[in-house]
Design a protein around this ligand. Sequence first.
Ligand SMILES: [Zn+2]
Length: 254
Amino acid sequence: MNLNFNTKLAEGYSSNSQIARVLSEAWVKENSYCPSCGNLPLNEFENNRPVADFYCLSCSEEFELKSKIGLMSNTITDGAYASMIQRINSNKNPNFFFLTYTKQWSVNNFLIIPKQFFTPEIIIKRKPLAETSRRKGWIGCNINISNIAESGKVFLVKNAEPINRDIVKESFNKTLFLREKSTDSKGWLLDLMNCIDSISKDSFTLDDVYKFEDKLKVKYPNNNFIKDKIRQQLQILRDKNLIEFTGRGNYKKV
Ligand SMILES: [Zn+2]
């Protein structure tokens, strides 16, 4: 994997955002593979298709690409708020590639957020565009990636180091089962993943997770069996190999 953009392709473009778009798309096309099945190269959709940018010919996964100069950030700017929420609620959103690059046009981070990690909670409404704007009143959105569980951030390149393709595929496919879950049960699993992520130790106990009971009660006020729910989610996460059970109420992050 060559981490440098092919800057020759920038010739003829003058706007920085256009150059960034052309170079990052070309880089993905040249260097990326499908994180689900490993197939390469990825195919590009025709320009101006409203949502996805790439797809895999072999397994049909679809990908949207956003790129940004500089460091990884917690929020990523995306398109219209209403259509984003609609896509998420109808399960029509693509997987999401996020790429950061340096001033020297070289890839620093390249990660995929599988589509099953998108929930309305991570989408933040931006202020409507001002009256003076050409598209006045238009409302865009930001994606808050700090609210996405670690299992939902699968790096293909991290700090300018490409990650082994088999590891990427395994991480991507490990959470596909979430797509089959109802919105409600997926919500519980994602919440529990976030709780576990915020435990600073690699090994933790059932009591460590019970500490989130009050927080979860705020989110699920009608549920009077939060502890039961917690145990049930831990069992699913264990069965799916996202955590390890080490006996007597002890768990380990995988
Ligand atoms: Zn594929």
